[in-house]
Design a protein around this ligand. Sequence first.
Ligand code: LHQ
Length: 265
Amino acid sequence: MTEPVVLHDRRDGYCVVTLNRPHRLNAFTEELHLALAAAIDSCAADDDCRALIITGAGRGFCAGQDLADRDPTLLGDSPDLGMTLETYYNPLVLKLRNLGKPVICAVNGVAAGAGANIALACDVVLAARSATFIQAFSRIGLIPDAGGTWWLTQRLGEARAKALALTGDPLPAEQAAEWGLIWKAVDDHALMKEAETLAARLAAGPSRAYALTKKAIQAASRNALEDQLAMERELQREAGRSDDYKEGVAAFLEKRPADYRRKAG
Ligand code: LHQ
């Protein structure tokens, strides 16, 4: 029996999705794209899944596009990589950004090419101290994709974005955290424990507020302050009408922990 290319594990309140092509450092094939998209969709549809962890099996997180896979390369003399992005990578980035639940990426090892940029599309990125982020594209005559030109420029500024993209040099996890590209670098052996603790904590939190927070923060970079203030007003109006807000305030006043996972009613 062949191993599934994506493992999907349901825990109490959250899901763990593991890219599972370790012999190829979990590089993306068409099959992996389809399985990952299905796993994220299943998390989206599952009310008991309140947070998602994405990680990789083996010593790498993801080496980007599988350069030996049929889809992008065997399209004759003039392959249309734009079509590959349009069909697989761009929808994946938007699926992660639009998922109304926190997505934690546990970067367990090297994250290269589109593998680095899919990690950076997640909401909270934790990385093993030994992991590196490599904008490997320039090594093979491509430009950063899967949002790479956006994440790097937004988070690091043009100087660092350009140097990382043009050189393709590995950025160690600790440096990535110091520069604000990711949330945190943690000891290798502690990575999954830390990701799971965070996922459990977020799964117990106010899920509606998390979804709205994600939406507002993602809109901030394209909004003028006035527009962002207006958006906060609308989203806060919505949050203020939620059961979670009622529960949060009641718990505060009653000096007890809030129970956001209770069933309404
Ligand atoms: C791989 C790969 C890989 C296949 C390691 N493919 N086998 C979008 C649209 C359409 C098309 C094009 O691309 C894109 C976006 C992209 O992602 S472009 C960027 C694609 N990725 C890369 O260029 C990275 C290629 N990999 C590497 O540079 C190295 O493998 C890194 C630096 C990630 C890790 O190096 P090492 O730790 O030394 O590992 P390794 O190179 O020995 O890799 C282990 C095995 O995995 C090896 O196979 P083997 O049979 O020799 O054990 C590699 O061939 C295989 N592998 N990446 N992307």
